[in-house]
Design a protein around this ligand. Structure first.
Ligand code: ATP
Ligand code: MG
Length: 270
């Protein structure tokens, strides 16, 4: 009907406005970085060039993540299930995020159960689902460890405060672990020691564009990860962190996802 049609258009307009806003911010970041590089080149100031490049590089990552998240969300697609080692995907993500973690003084590690059987999953999809959680965990734990310095909080577009974090009251930590049992299937836990998520917010954070990171967050990461897990017949669970601090995001990949006859389920074990 006309009403539904106009509501849909309104929702679409809202989505486009939100996305444009984020793209604009990222472009501003790139412009700022480029400006630094240009000025640095003119005056032979390698430090300025390096700093400028850091900003450009980070914003490049942001825009590429934004586009990948948008793509994941925009199409209804069947995951391309391939038999592979989940640990491998986790290792890739951890390696990819290691430099970002170091920059923010976050200890990023992994506890992988090497005896888990091969799983059937969409490799790009799972990579993205895990990456979004690890990115959030790094953000959260580093925000916690650096919480005495609220100087550049929010809207500056670039996140400075990378070097002067020696006086951490607490080491920021993110750990990714894998495990398997025949009943629940594969489990990937992403645990951090950040501020955690209040009980009443644990559903809300999975809504699109729900973000507490000011201009730095789009609020697509969790809904995208959740969608990917749903497409796998799995889910994301939010659990209390270890030792009463932080939070754990658990990805659950069930055993019975493939159009699996008993034979192919059996196949996984041999
Ligand atoms: N590990 C975590 N600890 C504490 N809060 C979290 C954690 N992960 C997510 N959140 C909260 O949930 C919100 C939504 O997360 P989500 O990944 O969907 O969006 P975002 O990180 O803000 O932006 P984007 O991922 O699109 O860049 C975050 O803004 C944050 O407030
Ligand atoms: Mg996120």
């Amino acid at each position: 009907s006309a009403l539904v049609q106009s509501e849909r258009l309104a929702a679409m307009g809202q989505t486009i406005a939100t996305l444009s806003h984020h793209v604009k911010n990222i472009l501003q970041g790139i412009r700022g970085g480029s400006y630094l590089i240009e000025a640095g080149l003119k005056s032979d100031d390698t430090d300025a060039v390096r700093k400028g490049w850091g900003i450009v590089d980070r914003n490049q990552d942001r825009i590429s993540n934004l586009v990948m998240d948008m793509l994941t969300f925009s199409k209804e697609r069947e995951p391309e299930l391939v038999k592979a080692d989940l640990n491998e995907t986790v290792r890739d993500v951890v390696e990819l995020m290691q430099s970002r973690a170091k920059e923010l003084n976050v200890l990023l590690g992994q506890h992988l159960d090497e005896s888990i059987p091969e799983a059937k999953f969409d490799q790009d999809g799972m990579h993205r689902a895990i990456l979004n959680l690890v990115t959030n965990a790094i953000d959260a734990s580093s925000a916690m460890a650096n919480r005495d310095d609220h100087s550049g909080d929010g809207d500056s577009g670039d996140d400075s405060a990378s070097e002067d974090t020696e006086s951490n009251p607490q080491q920021a930590k993110v750990f990714v672990s894998t495990s398997y049992d025949a009943l629940d299937g594969w489990i990937i836990d992403v645990v951090d020691n950040g501020p955690g998520v209040a009980e009443e917010d644990r559903d809300k954070i999975f809504s699109m564009f729900e973000s507490r990171k000011g201009m730095r967050g789009t609020g697509l990461g969790l809904p995208v990860s959740a969608k990917i897990m749903r497409e796998h017949g799995g889910a994301i669970e939010v659990r209390d962190g270890e030792h009463g601090s932080g939070i754990c995001f658990r990805l659950k990949l069930p055993t019975g996802i493939s159009p699996s006859s008993d034979l192919s389920a059996f196949d996984t074990f041999v």
